[in-house]
Design a protein around this ligand. Structure first.
Ligand SMILES: Cc1cc2nc3c(=O)[nH]c(=O)nc-3n(C[C@H](O)[C@H](O)[C@H](O)COP(=O)(O)OP(=O)(O)OC[C@H]3O[C@@H](n4cnc5c(N)ncnc54)[C@H](O)[C@@H]3O)c2cc1C
Length: 257
């Protein structure tokens, strides 16, 4: 049976020039204290885009209300037509509630692919920095690096089992620094700044991708500018904002106040 996406999803997709499709949940399991993996099947490949892209899920926020939440695609299985998402469950919100209660066979209303940040085709090394919400995008992007490229991950974890790993092609240089949040607030950049300070930026061409909390990614960007990286090689995207829910369309509040 082919299900039709909600009319608002069809209209949104038409406006954005992308697809609105209905997938179904084919697998779901916690991977760590703060990351839950969900696999969607059916129409998945058409939604997955390129490494760095995400999908928008329409999900219930209450008995009669719905919101959209954006999740980066972690992996695509073109043969089975599956896509995998890694969803943070370290907080309470409609997205984290949805993923933890998803049952096999549940229909999922998805708009995608979305997103503008892709892997730099010219960089020799790629620095991925942020928190566990960035891991899916970081790993999918890094798995598309061609040898002899280099990937550096500086990721803040909420618990030691959040230090999830991935496999990379031979010939790719990989450095991983996991920083324990150690109870610090979501908007506190101290841990990631310390991780960044511990790493000497290679001399050749690099590109930095900063995905995570609004204030933290902002401070990381400033720290990289101070270290001599050019603004044009820093791609920052705030995925969430401490103390504020993302909006109905899945974007964090960008208000500077
Ligand atoms: C382009 C894009 C790609 C994204 N990709 C991913 C992804 O691959 N995986 C992923 O997990 N998230 C990802 N996010 C972030 C995710 O969409 C948001 O965290 C989302 O708001 C969570 O929705 P929610 O309904 O659970 O919580 P919300 O209703 O947004 O927030 C409820 C409360 O929880 C807090 N909160 C929200 N997220 C977190 C968090 N991670 N840690 C601690 N507190 C939090 C908020 O500050 C708020 O107080 C992405 C966001 C964008 C914009």
């Amino acid at each position: 049976m082919t299900l039709t996406p909600h009319r608002s999803s069809q209209e949104l997709a038409a406006r954005l020039g992308t697809n609105a499709l209905v997938c179904e949940v084919v697998a779901s399991r916690p991977l760590s204290s703060s990351v839950h993996e969900i696999v969607l099947g059916g129409s998945a490949v058409a939604l997955a885009g390129v490494p760095g892209n995400d999908v928008m899920i329409r999900l219930a926020a209450g008995p009669d209300s719905f919101v959209r939440r954006r999740y980066s695609v972690r992996d695509v299985d073109t043969e089975r037509d599956h896509l995998t998402l890694w969803v943070s469950t370290a907080h309470t919100g409609p997205g984290s509630t949805w993923v933890q209660n998803a049952a096999l066979g549940d229909p999922v209303d998805v708009v995608g692919p979305r997103g503008k940040i892709a892997l730099s085709p010219v960089a020799d090394w790629h620095l991925f920095a942020g928190d566990v919400t960035g891991l899916a995008a970081f790993y999918r992007m890094a798995q598309s690096i061609k040898a002899p490229g280099r990937a550096i991950f500086i990721v803040e974890t909420n618990a030691s089992d959040d230090a999830l790993t991935a496999h990379f092609d031979e010939g790719i240089g990989v450095t991983g620094i996991f920083v324990d949040r150690d109870g610090r607030a979501g908007s506190d950049p101290t841990g990631l700044l310390r991780g960044l300070a511990a790493f000497a930026l290679p001399p050749d061409e690099g590109h930095a991708y900063l995905f995570g909390e609004f204030a933290v990614t902002k401070v990381l960007r400033e720290a990289l500018l101070d270290r001599g990286l050019d603004d044009t090689v820093i791609s920052r995207k705030a995925f969430w904002r401490a103390g504020r829910s993302n909006g109905e369309r899945g974007e964090p509040d960008k208000d500077e106040s």
